[in-house]
Design a protein around this ligand. Sequence first.
Ligand code: 5GP
Length: 298
Amino acid sequence: MANLPPKLSQADRARAGQAAIAARRDRSTTKERLRAREITIFDAIHDPRESIRKMRVRELLLAVPGIGDKRVDTLMERIGISPTRRIQGIGSAQLLRLRNELSVTKSDVRSGTLIVMSGPGGVGKSTITAHLRNHPSIWISISATTRSPRPGEVDGVDYFFVSNERFDQMISEGAFLEWAEFAGNRYGTPSEPVDQWLSLGKHVLLEIEIAGARQVRRAQPSALLLFIAPPSWEELVERLTGRGTDSPERRAARLALAQEEMACAGEFDHTLVNRTVEEVAQSLLSLASAHQAGSGLN
Ligand code: 5GP
């Protein structure tokens, strides 16, 4: 017997119908705003709503003033996007080509927000980063480090694991937005991808330690500096020492460092208390968007 699609209940059908209507409304509003030049195509491409992410690139391009039926197909061919591709499937190389093809100047795209996230060890920064990893409005910077990979870490995904010589070379080439030494290893943020993603309208997240955050503040005063704090000092102590595998000396050193790090919170634009990862991630995204809107078109 042929496989039949599952039967939907009347309530399911009604819900699906309502969702489809809402999605159509989102799409048509986005296209209208694009036609009216209230937003750029890059705002639409970075729109996190599922309804927009699922929209075909072709449909979106047709709403850009100056792109009609005649131009759209050659344009897509040159950029290397198939006619059926949806917005969620556009890669970074295609985005760059699209920008060149449309002769979009930097000032046409609202730059994303450079977000620096720091906080004491054990506060949960990497869980927050992991939670945001697939969020469409954010690109997470990949640092270079001289430390060795931990089990499960992948080169080019978690870090670029490089030799001391290569790290020195990157410093002398001016490749880093910032770099610092931490617990005997060096860590640095390669600046080129950060600039590129910001100019394409994405928020860029750096999860770095405090000396690096200070350097970013000097190099890019418009960056948004967020400090992640534990709900209480006791809870941080619990998280740092809970596993009980450290020697007493190591434990004392970790706590002393955390205390020093906590004392730096005042240097940051906002402190977010990590009660739940969802709550912190949501606050971070809202602050990044408000920061972007507040900084105008440049
Ligand atoms: P881990 O070795 O545990 O991955 O990271 C150690 C510390 O280095 C963490 O506080 C992390 O936030 C920080 N870190 C990671 N990448 C960078 C970077 O590119 N620059 C700076 N300054 N710190 C970093």
